[in-house]
Design a protein around this ligand. Structure first.
Ligand code: GDP
Ligand code: MG
Length: 448
């Protein structure tokens, strides 16, 4: 996964405070590969990584994040932005019915989506009408009727008496769409979903038909349905439909498969249109409102890391970190108070162990982490609290009788006081080394 590959890239970066051009380029290379793996179209990848590179090079150093996290954060933000930022809702018509037209290649999932969307809208209190304006495939009308029945939504279809003629493709889908709209008005349906025909490939005649339907019914939304598995073809198909019918939103179907969703990024980039819904299976309930942020983590395949970044940023106490940095710079002594403050920084970050395990590069310290026990922080806190202020800043004076007193005061065994003082001594040494060698560790206070 990208997490693993980034971990390898970042082994050399840990502890550096600034994003150098070489660091950024190495990272961007991995991001590029991850996007190609997710089937994002090549030109889209190129444009995207170019933008990320520029932003990463200009980025300010962020105390809460290591360089890897900083770049991943930028990538994520850019992805979310291109995918539409916020979830885009259906624009309801001021004067109902709201007209929604579906367009896309044959097999993209339009008819299935018509059923899903109608069921979802019905659940939201609307009273939709489905209109079968695909007269191309013999079974298309029947398929929509089956979906309508399952959804509990009525379907407007050409008169069954003449359906054989329609099946011979002599029917006029524009007329059916218009008649469906009239039916919705007379029966007071507040939403109309018009299913249309697709072809296996982009086709001038098909596009003309879709454009004619669009012109005839002036839809409030034209949803372009695209199979998420389509991969590199997504760009050409989306461009053709955008020119042909000027769609208003994108629906990504078959996201239940292996597709990492790169098509979403490709299509959104080349058309500038928002992805609005996702279709995730054959059942009518396999349907979701599209969330750009969730898709961004799916494309990046780094959901856990993104969560970690968010939490680290939220909980990192910048003032405390700055105070510590100044202490190093001033070559001041690292005291037990500092030690405790660092441990509390860690505690504030939540379930530290779980979070650290998710971090790129965590495998290096995995073994230590597995032994790390958050209750340890409580014990350390109790022990330090039982020391006098003088003992905390000058631990050297803590002799045997003082140790016994501290152990009694904090309810622990003397050996635990000894253990803490020993670990503190090691941490102090490490801090001194860091102060002279420059650089503040990403996670100060980590035991071990
Ligand atoms: P249309 O030609 O665009 O109307 O596409 P259909 O709605 O007829 O769907 C084509 C095929 O894809 C059908 O077999 C559907 O059951 C299937 N399908 C549609 N949407 C999804 C989806 O989200 N996931 C999966 N696994 N199959 C889907
Ligand atoms: Mg269909």
């Amino acid at each position: 996964s990208l997490s693993d590959r980034l971990a390898a890239t970042f082994k050399n970066l840990r502890g550096k405070g600034r994003l150098s051009e070489a660091d950024v380029d190495a990272t961007v290379r991995e991001i590029r590969r991850a996007l190609l793996d997710a089937d994002v179209a090549v030109p889209v990848v190129r444009e995207f990584t170019g933008k990320v590179r520029e932003r990463a090079l200009g980025a300010e150093v962020n105390a809460a994040l290591n360089p890897a996290q900083q770049i991943v954060k930028i990538v994520n933000e850019e992805l979310v932005e291109i995918l539409g930022g916020q979830t885009r809702r259906i624009r309801l018509a001021k004067n109902p019915p709201t007209v929604i037209m579906l367009a896309g290649l044959q097999g993209a999932g339009k008819t299935t989506l018509a059923g899903k969307l109608s069921k979802w809208l019905k659940g939201q209190g609307h009273s939709p009408l489905l209109v079968a304006a695909d007269l191309q495939r013999p079974n298309a009308v029947k398929q929509l009727q089956v979906n309508g029945e399952r959804a509990g939504v009525p379907v407007f279809a050409p008169d069954p008496g003449v359906s054989s003629e329609f099946e011979a493709a002599t029917g006029d889908p524009v007329a059916v769409a218009q008649a469906g709209l009239a039916e919705a008005r007379s029966k007071l349906h507040d939403v109309v979903i018009v299913d249309t025909a697709g072809r296996l490939g982009v086709d001038a005649e098909l596009m003309q038909q879709a454009a004619d339907i669009r012109a005839a019914i002036s839809p409030d939304e034209v949803l372009f349905v695209i199979d998420a598995m389509i991969g590199q073809d997504a760009v050409a198909t989306a461009q053709a439909f955008d020119e042909g019918v000027n769609f208003t939103g994108i629906v990504l179907s078959k996201l239940d498969g292996d597709a990492r969703g790169g098509a979403a990024l490709s299509v959104a980039t080349v058309t500038g249109k928002p992805v609005m819904f996702a279709s995730t299976g054959e059942s009518l309930d396999d349907f979701e409102v599209f969330h750009p942020d969730r898709m961004a983590s799916r494309i990046l395949d780094m959901g856990d890391v993104l969560t970690l970044i968010e939490q680290a940023e939220k909980n990192w106490d910048k003032d405390e970190a700055a105070r510590m940095a100044k202490k190093f710079a001033d070559q001041e002594d690292f005291t037990l108070e500092d030690f405790l403050a660092q441990m509390n920084q860690i505690r504030n970050m939540g379930s530290m162990k779980k979070m650290l395990m998710m971090m790129p590069g965590a495998q290096n310290i995995r073994q230590q982490l597995e032994q790390f026990d958050e209750r340890e922080i409580d014990r350390v806190e109790a022990i330090v609290r039982s020391m006098t202020p003088h003992e905390r800043v000058a631990p050297k004076i803590i002799n045997g009788s003082r140790r016994a007193r501290i152990a009694r005061g904090s309810g622990v065994h003397v050996s635990e006081v000894n253990g803490l003082l020993e670990r503190f001594g090691q941490a102090q040494k490490m801090m001194k080394k860091m102060a002279s060698g420059g650089g503040i560790p990403g996670m100060p206070g980590m035991p071990g």
